[in-house]
Design a protein around this ligand. Sequence first.
Ligand code: SF4
Ligand code: SF4
Ligand code: SF4
Length: 260
Amino acid sequence: MRWIKRPRIAFFSLTSCEGCQLMVLNCEEELRELSTRVDVVNFREATDLKRDDYQVAFIEGSVTREEEAEKLKEIRQRAETIITLGACSTTGGINALKNRFSPEYVTECVYGRNPPNRLLVENIPAMPVEEVIEVDYRIPGCPVSKEEFLGFVKALVLGIPPGLPEYPVCNECKMEGNICVFEKGVACMGPVTRGGCRAVCVSFGSICWGCRGLLDDANTDAHRETLGNHGLGDDEITKRFDLYSSFYIHRKGRCTKTTT
Ligand code: SF4
Ligand code: SF4
Ligand code: SF4
């Protein structure tokens, strides 16, 4: 990564709930300091500025329309550095769940049996940004962690390549002092999910749903077996893995199943 004094950065949103951009805006205490280190030149949720002279582009959302793929190619031509922002753009996220079902079934789920034409949106199977353009760095999570986003900006400002943890959520879960939910008879995706969120969901009484995506060396077979040993049936195990990693798990073939 090249060091750039006061980099010009932009934020773009594809198909998403825009929760990751909201998380960026949620950095209220840090925004003032941030504005002295970087120039935000394009960020629809925060400013009317729409300049194209950005050097770094943060991309939120997955690609689900041809226009989005074209827009991405334009952004790639302009930006020196592309960083995905959140699960949708990094792994396809929950949007990619629709790829497992027929377009007719998905359309009916969203718009009902006889939707007016004006509601229908032409769309393609959902995919992560890296399927269309080269991506330089990835920030996972649904939504992204504020601290991790700020860490990436700090790395940009210093010209240091940012990195992601290579250990599972369980490591941080233990450091937070949580009692493992498996000990309470509840199944969790922490052992195969990339850490970096300080196991926030477990700390607040839930389980890890795997929003930060699978670790590169995740032993998914062993985890499937563990989930099975804790009472989950094959369908439920598949749903747990699919929730955030559906695109990569099913990329070899498009399933046309129409029900869960
Ligand atoms: S990753 Fe989650 S929070 Fe972020 S845009 Fe996608 S659905 Fe919303
Ligand atoms: S609760 Fe989940 S994340 Fe925490 S240690 Fe147990 S399996 Fe790992
Ligand atoms: S605990 Fe799991 S689901 Fe929750 S933020 Fe971390 S990776 Fe995502």
